[in-house]
Design a protein around this ligand. Sequence first.
Ligand SMILES: [Zn+2]
Length: 381
Amino acid sequence: MKSLRTTGKATPSEVRAVNRRLLLQHIGQGRGRISRADLVRLAALNTATVSGLVSELLEQGLIREVGFGPSVGGKPPILLDLDRELFAVLGVQLIRDGFRIAAVSLRGEIIEQHDELCDPDRMIDGIVIAVQKIAGSLERTVLAVGVAVPGIVDHRGLVARSVLLQRTEFDLGGILHERLGYPVHLINDSDACALAEVALSEDPAPTLLALYLGDGVGAGLVLSGALFQGETFGAGEIGHLNLRTHAITCECGRKGCIEAVARISVLTGQPQALQLTPRGERVVGSLDDEAAERAGRNIAALLELVYELIDVRRTVICGPVCALGPGLLEHIRAALDDNDPYLGGRFTVEYSRLGWDGTLIGAAASAVHVELGLLWSLAES
Ligand SMILES: [Zn+2]
């Protein structure tokens, strides 16, 4: 989150960079229906500034002229859009037994996606080969690679701690950048989901909790349009939070963790519930109703805590669990209503419209955001 206090004046190059991001944002949201004159009006910038920045963006190939708008007397205006053809950004998600990779257009659409099983010791080699393969098959320039990691990614871009990867202080981004040559940006996997939900939202500054249920459990928190990562980037690391709502032993050895009841292997009763194959078989088994009811009660307790603490009422459940049907959602809603019908009626709990792909799109979105300062608008329009 940005500091509330302004600490210094902007330099001319910072002003130019902010204006450039602002124009890219408007062009992205305009989806091919925006002209230079619209940009002057929407961004409240003068014609010369807009004209100079648009020329620069055209030259770099990030945007292109896509046709003419209706004339309002005089020449019809030329319409602009993000270039969907020239660039791609890659999103990668690491999971327990492998990784998923997608090539995404500058408009946030998945062009190509596949999953790969991989031994943890061979993970870096596996990702390097997969990135080179997918980059080679695209007739586009790869702008950057975004990697969603199950663990804490700190301000240096290091994996500060990942229980699932069993690594601390791990410079995964630096290693991949050195081997691949592309800019590589890391993001926590739940934060990646949260970013994808912001991109999907019609509200420009939404507040929501993205709850990722997969191999592990984590949350990404968005407060008034900003990703809140906490003082040491650990916000949302809730997998091993003990709410005192059950006493089941977790994989970590302790009792009572939220992960012990809401992990996908527990929800399906299948130890190997997530199975990656290049053909895309992913979730094995179906939702076990008893497990879903227990998870629903525990997740409801978590959501009430979040609500009482910071008044977040919208929760989007993300990850492979979205493939298991609405049973879990029904149990969460019923538990919220049972605990307090007044409160229950004030919660929105839904599955991500992007399903598990939200993590990949969010990873790619984070890389685009770092490189261009642009957050996609994926809202249906
Ligand atoms: Zn635990």
